[in-house]
Write a protein of this length. Structure first.
Length: 183
């Protein structure tokens, strides 16, 4: 699958090295887990299965993004609280930052969510200080829906953040867009 400049495909076990490197870059992970590294053993046993869980034929899950055949990051669509909602996420190598790839990938994912999966609402969450991610969400038409503070229990339920269990002192922000707002 393609968008204007990006190629999308499902994550596979052969992506282990690229995905692990992405999740171990302190700058990439600054607003996700404070830039903490994770061992290859933990990543392979706990995190990689989440990235690979999308091989069920649905649009839900993780999509690896390539630029000119090279790994650039991923975008995801994950089921929400009811069958008509979902959330999007994305993560890119530093070398891909500032090129509009996150905006293009997130917009592509919204198109799939609304036009292929017939969802009614899509959300995305980012940390208050993650200005770059907030800009991407604004560019694709998402609006701030709520502010909330993560709890230790919330952190333990996250499967791709590689978090340290440390509750941060500022808010997370949830953005949303409806199918009517997108189309």
């Amino acid at each position: 699958m393609y968008s204007e400049r990006l190629t999308y495909r499902r994550a596979v076990r052969d992506d282990l090295r690229d995905l692990h490197a992405l999740d171990n870059d302190p700058d990439v992970m600054e607003w996700i887990n404070g830039g903490q590294s994770v061992s290859l053993e933990h990543f392979t046993g706990q995190v990689l299965p989440v990235y690979l869980s999308s091989l069920d034929g649905s649009l839900f899950g993780f999509w690896v993004i390539e630029v000119s055949g090279e790994f650039a990051g991923w975008v995801s669509l994950r089921p929400g609280d009811n069958p008509l909602t979902a959330s999007i996420g994305y993560r890119f190598r530093k070398s891909a930052w500032g090129r509009g790839y996150a905006t293009e990938a997130a917009r592509w994912m919204l198109e799939l969510a609304f036009n292929e999966a017939n969802l009614e609402t899509v959300t995305a969450t980012t940390y208050e200080r993650n200005v770059g991610s907030r800009r991407v969400l604004a560019k694709i038409g998402m609006r701030l829906a709520r502010r909330f503070r993560m709890t230790e229990e919330d952190l333990l339920q996250q499967d791709t953040s590689l978090n340290t269990g440390e509750v941060w002192d500022l808010d997370d922000l949830e953005f949303e867009i409806t199918a009517n707002e997108f189309n």
